[in-house]
Design a protein. Sequence first.
Length: 416
Amino acid sequence: MPAPTSRDKLAILADAAKYDASCASSSAARKDSSKSGGIGSTGGMGICHSYAPDGRCISLLKVLLTNYCQFDCLYCINRVSSNVKRARFRVDELINLTLEFYRRNYIEGLFLSSGIIRSPDYTMDQLVQVARGLREDHEFQGYIHLKTIPDADPALLDEAGRYADRLSVNIELPTVKSLAALAPEKNDGRIRESMSHLHGRIAASKADKSKRKPRHKHFATTGQSTQMIIGADDTPDSGILTTSDRLYGDYKLKRVYYSAYSPTPHPASELPPAPPPLMREHRLYQADWLLRFYGFSLAEVIAGSNDGMLDLQIDPKLAWALAHREQFPLDVNRADREQLLRVPGLGTRSVAAIVKSRRCQRLRLTDLARLTNQYRKAKPFIVTSDWQPGSLLDSRNLRSALAGPPLQQDLFQARS
């Protein structure tokens, strides 16, 4: 049997990497391991899209060094007991593949993770060798995101941070109990120790204000992130968001990624028979953004949840606004930024545009339509120089009108 080519390996290892959400958007298509069998559904041959801190969309080669793994995490398609086709890149092979894609402008960077082989230290060293080879031997200037191994020697994590723009340590599951039940080889304490170590190194690097400090003094300049599997256990959304809120507070993470549990072939009895609704993943991302960018507290986000679960029919900000109608309508020409951020349909960019525009003129409804593409969702909650929602805000049909398709929003069109 001929040895697999780099392309053969890429088909396997790029597909195996798609279950890691740590560099993807929340609008990605559903992943189903039970149907793919672990191979053959990457489509773009490992090229995924992520977002830089400045909002730019960047293309990354998203791949595993290997999908061999000595761990037996029940929810993972690459676990040691899983019957999937295996492959492994050599360090030089993956470096050359990355450079080839980069030089052809297929990608702007690399997202690299791996199964655990031999030992955590050996695996982490292999990942570091790829990053070091790209940076030092080939002067690679693209973006690098490395998924670190929590049990690895902190010295290896330190070296990884000198070459990678971002590091991540997966928290895996929202509770210690679930981690022990579904990923028995992993330890919550060691995961958090690694997060704490990276947090300290990142903070120290930022504190060094030297404008021309050498590369080895830069450390993971875009911070660290983590990923949490949702729907593999019975933790409600309130519990998931509580864990995320603590992670943001304790380790100053840039982002928590939520990945809906994907069924695997021959699933263990401890796992649910079906994946959670993909909308649940989306609502968690929306709630997460309310915590990070919109000034909402954890208690406010989960207060209206039903048995700790976010409403799948409407987004969390709209759910809060409908439960607090007494705080509306807000005059877009007078309300401060913090108040406007709580208006359904208004995002951070549209609020910034409103605050800037109203310095020069009093805003009308047509101006609002120009500044946000979701102004119809905002209409019941705002006042402009030519618009008053009147009894619309108190309408019993408001929730169904806002939750429904665009045609149901004629309720607002008639009053404009």
